[in-house]
Design a protein around this ligand. Structure first.
Ligand SMILES: *Cc1c(COP(=O)(O)O)cnc(C)c1O
Length: 333
């Protein structure tokens, strides 16, 4: 819903602002649950919020991990943990798409589990926004945050975004860090000393937005609107599925796909573990870059490739896997 979304700040700043409102620890509920390989910035933000409340990561942070020998998280394990820790959870912070493995979590099931035990729920959509189709209002988290320079293509430093569920739109008793840009628009220039927040997500704005890093977001969103998120997702499923098939057929012993095989459990990205010594694997990524295939290398052995439905073709995917094959074994597909 329109009033639930606002473009402002950057992801980590929005995460802090949301935790000011939705992480309110008390004597019994004072713990945050995240996943163990959360993007470092999210962990820094959570731990600093804990410490701000006089709590600690050692006592008040639960980090869920994949099972021994597995790379991705299981929904049933996460739900079981949420239920087991339920009475002490103040906040559950979930990734939409896990940045390292490309795993798309079952957001509706996990959000529902967290809400059943009485915890607040936030979702970090850094790698999900512009990548998968979401129904945040229906899924019912308290908040979500994202940046717009990944799948939304708004460029480095572009303004990020925030979702606050409608059920909090008029909850003016929630603690929040206020600023003039969140004040009732009609009264903004009357300089009333008493803060009168705009109902909905816009009421969390603090400052006037940086226009130069908002303009490219507007241009990008117009393109997304024209293409349609559903159509983009359909093409994305086909593109990534094509890349998966090529890799499985042609590079079975050289590359292990860490990302789940099912379309419901991933977005565009495939995370590939290169079964080669580190220096060789790195050379392979350099060969891709030299050929114009821009992937991302994560130490010690993960190559992330994400065919993008807006501007990548099936021929691009074929060329990328062919380049990977040449780099790994000196011959093409
Ligand atoms: C990219 C990313 C960020 C980046 O944070 P900024 O505040 O925009 O610099 C944070 N969290 C996750 C999970 C990310 O993938």
């Amino acid at each position: 819903m329109e009033g639930e979304v606002v473009a402002m700040n950057s992801l980590t700043v929005n995460l802090h602002l949301m935790m000011v409102s939705f992480f309110q620890p008390d004597a019994t509920r004072n713990t945050v649950l995240i996943e163990s390989s959360a993007f470092p910035s999210d962990r820094y933000a959570v731990v600093s919020q804990l410490e701000f409340h006089g709590l600690s990561a050692a006592q008040n942070l639960i980090e869920v991990q994949p099972r021994q020998g597995e790379r991705t998280l299981r929904t049933e394990d996460m739900i079981e943990r949420i239920e087991r820790e339920g009475s002490r959870l103040a906040l559950v912070l979930l990734p939409g798409v896990q940045y390292l493995t490309g795993q798309l979590l079952n957001m509706p099931a996990l959000i529902a589990a967290a809400r059943r035990v009485g915890a607040n729920v936030g979702v970090d959509l850094a790698h999900a926004i512009g990548n998968t189709v979401m129904q945040l209002h229906d899924w019912n988290p308290d908040f979500a945050v994202w940046c717009s320079y990944k799948y939304l293509n708004a460029g480095p430093g572009a303004v990020g975004g925030c979702f606050v569920h409608e059920r909090h739109a008029r909850n003016f008793r929630l603690p929040r860090f206020a600023g003039w840009w969140g004040h009732n628009k009609a009264q903004r220039f009357l300089y009333d000393p008493k803060f009168d927040p705009i109902a909905g997500a816009q009421g969390w704005q603090i400052s006037n937005p940086p226009i130069l890093s908002t303009a490219p977001l507007l241009a990008s969103l117009q393109i997304f609107q024209r293409a349609g998120m559903r159509a983009l997702r359909d093409k994305s499923i086909a593109l990534t599925g094509f890349m998966q098939k090529l890799i499985e057929q042609h590079l079975p012993n050289l590359v292990e796909i860490i990302t789940p095989g099912e379309r419901e459990q991933r977005g565009c990205q495939l995370s590939l573990r290169i079964a080669r010594p580190a220096t060789e694997a790195r050379r392979c990524q350099e060969a891709l870059t030299a050929a114009g295939v821009i992937g991302d290398w994560r130490e010690p052995d993960v190559l992330r490739l994400a065919p993008i439905p807006l501007y990548n073709s099936f021929a691009d995917v074929l060329a990328a896997v062919d380049t990977l094959a040449r780099a790994l074994r000196g011959s093409g597909l």
